[in-house]
Write a protein that binds this ligand. Structure first.
Ligand code: DGJ
Length: 684
């Protein structure tokens, strides 16, 4: 049974792990255990906790499931509210629970006010994951203001852990870092409303885990927009983590009878290191994707043409793309309104007649005739002050309406909390899809929210409205895939994945930088959603020149796209592109659906090595960005193969047959020669 409830004790079991808590004698919801699977909840000794001193009170010492502001709690708390009479302290009691299959609800109620708190635990046995979230209800007569709310707290009975997340900025997302947890707190967050390249909403904590060994505690918040995570090592040698909505400039009003549901925090424990964590999170990510179809090879002209899109040029590009084997042709920014630069057009979603005199139809028909799907770029949450939409509706933006609004990238943010604005956006997209044979949308967002006026709930509401619009669009146009882009990879999170289909991982398309970005991305997010393009050299950002084959191999780690000016391709580029795209189509089931491994490099030369396993086939990707003195090869020990199976593979033009057992234990020797050399080896 996934969930066992015995008196006031709760045991949540996944296939390999357990999570336990109780209501103790003093009425606290006390965490008892999180780790490897245990058999019984009855063996726990639930001692009375006495204060150590007046400065170490019981509320402070108890490992609570969901501490709320009030009483002797000086640690971080999960919930802070203001009641109608100004009281800010919560004093709740456990009032019962509900159990329905794998879903447990624990009900708490304030002793004096109409505040109800429902803690939710949904056990996903086969993925060894638990979803946690909280519902707060107002059953009183007066409204309640929520000042801060987190989805959950986890308690880890360890200190001096190592925290892992990503940092970055535009063009440099997903740079992994580790930070020693010690006394004091670590905060990581997003305050920008729409997106962030800075940190990602997850925590990974371990002591000395590597890819295959060691204990890892992790949690991923299913929330785009503003979030906050807090890691607190307590005075008592334990570690607490809270994740939820950011309380920065935040307040939500709950009227009598209303409820607020937090985002979900997906938590897990691995005793087999980071690789096992990633496999389970990838499986989770894949399970929430609405459209599991094989992702097509796309062409996007943004880097090649920027705003200079026009029907003839795009058709020429489409013809070349089709010749290379591209399956989806995407027109990026610049096709609408008076959009010749960043300073106009957003909001005016009519087709630019100078660029497309007969509308989009001739291009779409042309693309379809060439056997490709058609995709188009939009940035629906924004408006340029020069656009007609703004002239007609200056009141539709976030602003105090007293001060002059401040554009960024020449644009302002539409106030999605206004129903007429969300209706406008929904209708615009619905019409675009209704009037044109469009298979794919790239939904971009290129600036953060600012100037929110008086309403502190917009940070949360804005992103929920985005999801609501996408949800309605998907319901009406279920076959259309939608890519989440935010100045590159600023909208990469699990909740976005529940609504959107793909992530644009970064505007940084330098094939070497991408290895860093893609490695960190792969800790949490599924490979199928990772869009990666091959673009021209010197790269616009790094100014680096990298051979085309290495660029292809790097982009073939995810869902392949081409962003080069293919009209300028010579014969060599053309034939290599055809070969690479054909190879990608052959291996993409393994790439997109496989179990992904970050392998160890045992060489003094810095190889980057990745492996994908799918059914009884495998792929090895090896990259050697720079050969160093000694020009060493590397010994690659593969992971999780079938030890009995004899795998066939080719290396340096020679065919080999080796057992899974041999490949995992003895490994194979691979030597790449020269800078920016790379290879993909298939095992079947
Ligand atoms: C930012 C995106 O990340 C790019 O790929 C491109 O779509 C531009 N916006 C277009 O303005």
């Amino acid at each position: 049974m996934a969930i066992v409830v015995r008196e006031n004790r709760f045991l949540l079991n996944t296939n390999n792990n357990s999570y336990a808590f109780c209501v103790d004698g003093a009425g606290y919801l006390r965490n008892l255990y999180w780790g490897k699977k245990i058999n019984s909840i009855d063996e726990f000794e639930i001692d009375t906790i006495n204060e150590v001193s007046t400065n170490d009170p019981v509320a402070e010492i108890t490992n609570e499931e969901y501490p709320a502001h009030g009483s002797f709690r000086y640690k971080e708390t999960c919930l802070k509210v203001q009641f109608g009479d100004g009281t800010r302290e919560i004093r709740y009691q456990y009032v019962g629970h509900e159990l329905k299959e794998n879903h447990l609800k624990v009900n708490l109620k304030d002793e004096n006010y109409g505040l109800e708190i429902e803690l939710n635990y949904l056990v996903i046995e086969k993925l060894d994951l638990i979803e946690r979230w909280t519902v707060v209800g107002n059953r009183g007569n007066q409204s309640i203001k929520i000042d801060s709310i987190y989805s959950a707290q986890v308690h880890i009975p360890e200190n001096n852990l190592r925290f892992r997340n990503s940092f970055g900025h535009w063009g440099a997302e997903q740079q992994g870092f580790t930070q020693q947890v010690s006394h004091g707190k670590i905060y990581f967050e997003n305050r920008r409303g729409v997106s962030t390249h800075n940190h990602n909403p997850y925590f990974i904590l371990d002591k000395n885990a590597d890819e295959t060994n060691g204990e890892v505690y992790f949690g991923v918040l299913k929330q785009g927009g503003n979030f906050k995570g807090i890691i607190e090592q307590t005075q008592y040698g334990h570690t607490l983590v809270q994740m939820g909505l950011n309380d920065y400039d935040f307040q939500i009003n709950l009227d009598s009878g209303e409820e607020f549901v937090t985002p979900k925090l997906v938590i897990g424990y691995s005793e087999k290191g980071l690789g096992n964590m990633s496999h389970r999170l990838h499986a989770y990510g894949n399970s929430i994707m609405r459209n599991p179809s094989t992702r097509k090879v796309l062409y996007n002209s943004w880097e090649a043409t920027e705003f200079k899109v026009d029907a003839n040029e795009q058709l020429k590009l489409a013809e070349k793309a089709a010749e290379l084997g591209v399956e989806l042709f995407v027109v990026d920014d610049g096709w609408f309104g008076r959009r010749d630069s960043i300073n106009d057009g957003l909001g005016d979603w009519w087709v630019n007649k100078d660029k497309f005199p007969e509308g989009l139809k001739p291009l779409i028909d042309g693309v379809k005739k060439l056997g490709m799907d058609f995709g188009i770029w939009i940035e629906p949450e924004m408006v340029n002050p020069n656009a007609d939409l703004y002239k007609n509706h200056p009141e539709w933006i976030y602003s105090s309406h007293v001060r002059t609004p401040e554009p960024s990238r020449g644009q302002l943010v539409l106030n999605l909390c206004k129903p007429e604005v969300t209706e406008f956006i929904y209708n615009m997209i619905d019409n675009l899809l209704g009037e044109n044979d469009i298979d794919y949308i790239k939904w971009d967002v290129n600036r953060p929210i600012s100037e929110t006026g008086g309403d502190q709930s917009i940070w949360y509401t804005h992103i929920m409205k985005v999801y609501e619009i996408v949800d309605r669009i998907k319901a009406k146009h279920p076959k259309v895939l939608i890519e989440a882009c935010a100045s590159g990879g600023g909208r990469t999170d699990l909740q976005t994945l529940e609504y959107f289909d793909d992530f644009w991982t970064s505007d940084n398309t330098d094939a070497l930088d991408r290895l860093t970005i893609q490695r960190t991305y792969s800790y949490v997010y599924p490979i199928k959603a990772m869009r990666a393009w091959v673009t021209d050299c010197p790269n616009f950002l790094s100014k680096r020149v990298i051979p085309l084959k290495f660029r292809y191999h790097s982009a073939m780690m995810g869902t392949l796209g081409i962003g080069c000016n293919i009209l300028k391709f010579g014969e060599t580029e053309k034939s290599l592109s055809k070969e690479m795209i054909a190879q990608y189509k052959e291996i993409r089931e393994i790439v997109q659906n496989g179990e992904f491994h970050r392998l160890e490099n045992r060489s003094t030369n810095t190889y980057e090595i990745f492996q994908y396993n799918h059914r009884d086939e495998s792929l090895l990707y090896l990259f050697l960005p720079m050969t160093k003195i000694g020009h060493k090869g590397t010994n690659v020990k593969m992971r999780n193969l079938n030890p009995e199976k004899i795998y066939t593979y080719s290396l340096n033009g020679k065919e080999f047959k080796k057992s899974g057992n041999y490949l995992m234990n003895v490994g194979i020797e691979v030597k790449l020669e020269g800078d920016y050399s790379s290879t993909i080896i298939k095992f079947n």
